[in-house]
Design a protein around this ligand. Structure first.
Ligand SMILES: [Zn+2]
Length: 297
């Protein structure tokens, strides 16, 4: 979805580099907030109060020790008070979020779709890390993400027509040109949600009948319903393909390294679906176009 209406430079009069520095800093700050979300949401704790504290000595972390990425480096990865090591996951989440924000800015450009992509990526990063640590994809993130996707799908077409949603120009939505674009866009969201959530649910059901085990968590189904609602059916299929492919490769690697060859090993699939969805959001159109010229021309 590369829609460059105007560059940051022509819109603000500031050099492009200023935009990149700003978006990196903003991303690092969001990453710092995500650390709190990843840590507290699975335990049903408030993400606002209280301020972060050291898990060992309960010392409240001062604002000057809470600067994304830098504080961890300056403190040498230790609590200022009790010197207990602080996980490298904290600065890594901040750095990753900052780099992803830069990637989004570079690929999407400075336009109305930028905040949508930044919010989507933020939610997905939270889901990826919570799934990695707790093997769950919480409703408190999945449902707001779905609501957000439907809202964007409803409101954006009123201002920008079909320009941000590629699925509106392809079958079956392309057949509905006589209907208002917001209605077609919402239908596209529901279709994308059904393709995303529905296909995962179906795979899980079939697996359950055949093997008698729950292979697919409902969290993955809800997450992919929300992802599908924003991305539309085509980029959602790409997301599932990328997620299944990378998940299978990593899964085989993990199982091969295990001592007892237990095929029931649980792999947090949400991680791979999340990575797939970010790739599909940012590069999906190019990937689909490349695929079609390579294999279907
Ligand atoms: Zn401490």
């Amino acid at each position: 979805m590369k829609i460059l209406l105007a560059s940051f430079e022509t819109l603000t009069g500031l050099p492009e580099l200023v935009g990149y520095i700003f978006i990196f800093t903003f991303g690092a700050a969001v990453g710092s907030f995500l650390n709190v979300v990843i840590h507290r949401v699975p335990n049903d704790e408030s993400i606002i109060f209280p301020n972060s504290a050291c898990p060992k000595c309960s010392n409240r972390i001062k604002f000057y020790d809470n600067i994304p990425i830098l504080s961890w480096l300056l403190l040498g990865g230790k609590c200022r008070n009790c010197k207990i090591p602080i996980s490298i996951r904290y600065p890594l989440v901040e750095l990753l979020t900052a780099l992803l924000f830069v990637l989004v800015f570079w690929q999407i450009g400075f336009n109305a779709f930028l905040p949508v992509c930044l919010i989507f990526v933020t939610a997905i990063v939270a889901l990826i890390f919570i799934d990695a640590e707790h093997m769950i994809l919480p409703d408190v993130i999945n449902f707001p993400l779905l609501f957000f996707a439907l809202l964007v799908r409803l409101i954006y077409p009123l201002f920008f027509g079909s320009s941000y949603f590629s699925d509106l120009q392809i079958f079956p939505l392309s057949q509905m040109e006589t209907y208002p674009v917001w209605m077609v866009s919402l239908l596209g969201a529901i279709l994308g949600g059904l393709v995303g959530g529905g296909s995962l649910w179906l795979v899980g059901e079939i697996w359950k009948r055949l093997r008698g085990v729950d292979a697919m968590g409902l969290g993955d189904v809800k997450m992919m319903f929300a992802v599908g609602a924003l991305l539309g059916w085509r980029l959602t299929l790409l997301t599932i393909f990328l997620g299944a492919f990378s998940g299978a490769v990593i899964g085989i690697f993990v199982i091969a390294r295990q001592k007892d060859k237990d095929l029931q090993t649980q792999i947090p699939f949400g991680i791979f679906l999340g990575i797939g969805s970010i790739i599909a959001l940012l590069f999906g159109e190019q990937i689909v176009k490349w695929y079609l010229t390579m294999f279907a021309a």
